[in-house]
Ligand binder design. Sequence first.
Ligand SMILES: [Zn+2]
Length: 271
Amino acid sequence: MPTFVVVAGIHGLERVGIQVALHFLEAVLARSSWDPSAQALLARSRLVVLPIANPAGLFLGRRGNGDGIDLMRCAPVDARDRPPLLAGGHRLGNALPWYRGKRDAQMPAEARAVTAIFDHLAARSTFLMSIDLHSGFGNRDRIWYPWAHRRDPFPDARHMPSLCNLLDTSLPHHVYRIEPQGDSYTAHGDLWDWLWLHLRTRQGFSAPFLPLTLEMGSWIWVRKNPRQLLSRYGLFNPVVPHRHARVMRRHLPLLEFLWRAASVPERWLRR
Ligand SMILES: [Zn+2]
């Protein structure tokens, strides 16, 4: 059975992704009570939502977990192409964001929990697609696919043109730029790069796995309302209510589209 996973809250400051994930789940539940096409999707595929992957970070209002480790820099994979200083991951200590944790330490509990869930799902899935919801980078909405640790695309990127084509024709006028993350910047310790390698090499999962990241371009919200820079969450979340509503309206159709595409991979995957 194909599986679609929505992950949010990896970075505790980025609350808007959590809200998108929860609204999506609410909408799916509402639709499943009356809409036969939603019921058919749920029968044909597996939908998993992990709305708060970093509860301590959310509670403390910070990017990293309770120990100040950045869950998107903590995996045991080093950048091959040079990452930006600090933001690409560092071991200088947890007083700075983007901290990778100690060398050779095991991954933090949150990253191990995500790994355990994907191990479980991979053993039961004929296809895996995930979307991890982030905000705080750039002036437009980007959908990234691996790699993050190097600039060339990962092996399953051969399926991305067909997915992009589906998106272009099924969600006309969408706003997304779709690219390998390495085109924006490379990083050490990317959890999705590592999970893809882990499932393929250690778990023997040979079906396609497309771990996507939605990076909501939060600089647009700041540019329109510079005062929100004064708030701790302002760089990462829309603060003005009408902009919050617009962000939800924009991304919920994307999740709906990906869910539909993920449940019929045989219709569009390259052979
Ligand atoms: Zn983030």
